[in-house]
Unconditional design. Structure first.
Lengths: 250, 286
């Protein structure tokens, strides 16, 4: 019962924080610098890891599926399989998992440390709402950057699949055929569905990270707990939401 | 024309906000404020930290709260700053609840934290400029002047572009006070302003607190263990013991108090032959 109460309390705090942040939306032009700083953190610094991960996911997908499709005499469809899988599912989910592990944990640690050291109290006494100064820029940044990051991940994954399809002799699908097949069956709607998922995942991850960080009490030990909690909650949220969003979009 | 004192606010109170760009902060009273604490009690779970504490701090007064560690004096200060809500009782700043954002808009209340609570990701300059920038109190060149003036008062102009991690403990304290000064506060709260400082720096901080009171119209509440600071610069001193208010006196009266708790706190004797912790052990064993 206590755990359910705590979960509901955390959920309520998250919604309240999001509400407080978006109430400050008219102040957005004043926080553009902060939004761009956070955009840099969320996007630019995460891109190399996203690129490596998505490249190999595309490659492994092509390798695994290519051999099976070859046995069924349908290896020319590998472009569709990799393209659809990356765009609708693996791209947004993998980028979200990376975001939770890399950016979500960093944001929680930063805000928790600010809370523990009294910096958040200092903001409150100055009548500067932490939701406006610290949360809104992060939420706006993630909303702006997440679709771009996911799209980059998708493209890199498609190329990973293309390289494996053409270079691995067991599969042997030429790059032109791979992309022709990918273009033929992959629609703009498929890509958009993936980007909607990514947008929701990014928003939820950042909200969990900010709420967990700002709710931290105690000392350095609690900062560590907060980071773990934030990443675990984010991963659970990504996979749970993934099912429901997929169902809603299909 | 005489040179203005470095402590003088950037403009006389009342005309302080010049050509505001949609000002966020609009003060309705530009003088030092009055603080009224009425039967304040605070509990965390089963632990009662403050019990029926009532004090009134007059406008322009330096009011010091002393007491042993864990007696609840910092909690009392956090209530005055509006960072805690009372379990029972009330705290008012000129009749307004300090926990409400509207009260913070109405009166400039600055809190100098024990740790400084500086924003580690920002330079000293940005730490100081944050408040006027966020509240759009004045144009940027004026903010710069205000920040540099505050740094000059505390003799830390050279630290403007340093980050808090590059500063010593004493410097951090001075930056925290400078940040409070930039707010041009009507009420300034200090939480252990001289802790972890050498005697010379403690004396400097005490002088700054006293001078500020003389130069600008500000009410000051100090929480401190520092006997020298408390009894030298304060108009009145309160002693909190085990969450209760034990005495509120002028420094000279407090020094001559007949209350054994007050006397023991102000004049602790070091008895090597019969140390206090040994006495406590005996009591626990019994």
């Amino acid at each position: 019962m206590k755990r359910i109460t705590a979960l509901l309390e955390a959920l309520g705090s998250s919604l309240l924080l999001a509400g407080k942040a978006f109430v400050s939306l008219p102040a957005a032009p004043r926080i553009l610098k902060r939004v761009s700083e956070q955009g840099y953190l969320v996007g630019y610094t995460t891109l190399p890891i996203v690129a490596i991960l998505c490249f190999f996911i595309g490659a492994v997908l092509a390798l695994q599926a290519g051999i099976t499709l070859r046995d069924f005499g349908a290896k020319q469809l590998i472009g569709t399989l990799v393209g659809e899988s990356m765009a609708r599912e693996l791209g947004p989910v993998m980028v979200a998992i990376l975001l939770a592990g890399r950016v979500g944990s960093a944001v929680t640690a930063e805000l928790a440390s600010m809370k523990v050291s009294g910096e958040i109290d200092a903001l409150v006494t100055m009548n500067i709402p932490p939701a406006r100064l610290l949360v809104l820029p992060r939420l706006l940044a993630v909303l702006l950057v997440m679709p771009l990051l996911t799209m980059m991940g998708n493209i890199i994954g498609w190329f990973g699949g293309a390289i494996v399809s053409s270079q691995v002799k067991m599969i042997g699908v030429p790059t032109e055929m791979y992309f022709q097949n990918l273009k033929q069956y992959l629609s703009v709607g498929d890509v958009m569905d993936g980007l909607i998922k990514a947008e929701i995942f990014g928003f939820v991850i950042m909200l969990i990270a900010c709420t967990t960080g700002l709710r931290t009490r105690g000392g350095p030990r609690e900062i560590g707990f907060a980071v773990t909690k934030s990443v675990v909650f984010s991963l659970i949220a990504i996979l749970t939401l993934d099912y429901f969003i997929t169902k809603a979009l299909s | 024309m005489s040179t203005p004192s470095p402590f003088t606010p950037s403009a006389p109170r009342g005309n302080r906000i010049q050509k505001p760009r949609r000002p966020v902060v609009v003060r309705d009273d530009r003088n030092a404020v009055r603080v009224d604490v009425e039967k304040l009690s605070k509990s965390y779970g089963s632990q009662q930290v403050l019990v029926d504490v009532s004090v009134d701090v007059k406008p322009g007064e330096i009011f010091t709260i002393m007491g042993p560690s864990g007696s609840g004096k910092s909690v009392l200060l956090r209530h005055i700053a509006g960072l805690e809500s009372p379990t029972s009782g009330t705290v008012k700043i000129n009749g307004h609840d300090p926990i409400l954002p509207e009260t913070r808009d109405r009166f400039a209340v600055a809190l100098v934290f024990q740790s400084g609570a500086l924003f580690n990701s920002q330079s000293v300059y940005d730490n100081l400029a944050l408040y006027p920038l966020e509240h759009r109190l004045c144009p940027k060149p004026e903010i710069r002047d205000r920040v540099m003036r505050a740094l000059k008062i505390l003799s830390i102009e050279n630290a403007a572009h340093k980050f808090p991690s590059e500063l010593s403990g004493g410097m951090k304290k001075r930056v925290a006070i400078a940040r409070a000064l930039v707010m041009e506060p009507q009420l300034i709260l200090y939480d252990e302003p001289t802790s972890e400082l050498d005697p010379l720096m403690s004396a400097t901080i005490a002088e700054i607190i006293a001078t500020l009171k003389e130069e600008i119209s500000v009410t000051t509440v100090v929480v401190s263990h520092d006997r020298a600071l408390s009894l030298t610069i304060s108009d009145r001193v309160a002693l909190v013991h085990q969450g209760r208010l034990r005495a509120v006196e002028k420094p000279d009266d407090l020094k001559n108090s007949s209350d054994p708790v007050v006397r023991a706190f102000l004049n602790p004797e070091i008895d090597i032959r019969n140390p206090r912790f040994k006495q406590l052990e005996t009591v626990n064993h019994d």
